[in-house]
Design a protein around this ligand. Structure first.
Ligand code: FES
Length: 114
């Protein structure tokens, strides 16, 4: 299995970006919720850009969702579903990960469910 990161690198309720283990020039967002983590391809379904405001700044003002810096679309965690913004009804592409203790491993990029 390919390691993405250690869970302890990410503050609870925050998300970080890491290089995609299989795709050059792409990154993976890993969002930590307690001892769980959820991952998505770092690509807004609206215009295909990366989502961060600044390095590793992905979360909405209230800290509950991932927000795209470009036009403000909001994405639910863990589903990745966009519930507000220009790509409302679409979803981030989920990345299957395995969390073992403090280690987060890449499993597979899964097809966009919508
Ligand atoms: S590019 Fe993300 S909301 Fe427009």
């Amino acid at each position: 299995m390919k390691k993405i990161c250690q869970l302890s690198e990410i503050e609870d309720g925050q998300a970080h970006a890491y290089p995609h283990p299989e795709k050059e020039n792409r990154s993976v967002i890993v969002a930590r919720m307690g001892n769980e983590a959820f991952a998505f391809l770092n690509m807004c379904p609206h215009m295909g850009v990366e989502l961060q405001f600044q390095e590793n700044k992905f979360m909405s003002f209230d800290g509950s969702q991932i927000q795209c810096a470009m036009h403000g679309a909001l994405f639910d965690i863990p589903s990745g579903y966009c519930n507000w913004g220009p790509c409302s009804g679409q979803s981030l592409i989920p990345i299957s990960i395995i969390v073992e203790g403090d280690m987060v491993y890449f499993n597979a990029e899964t097809a966009n469910p919508l």
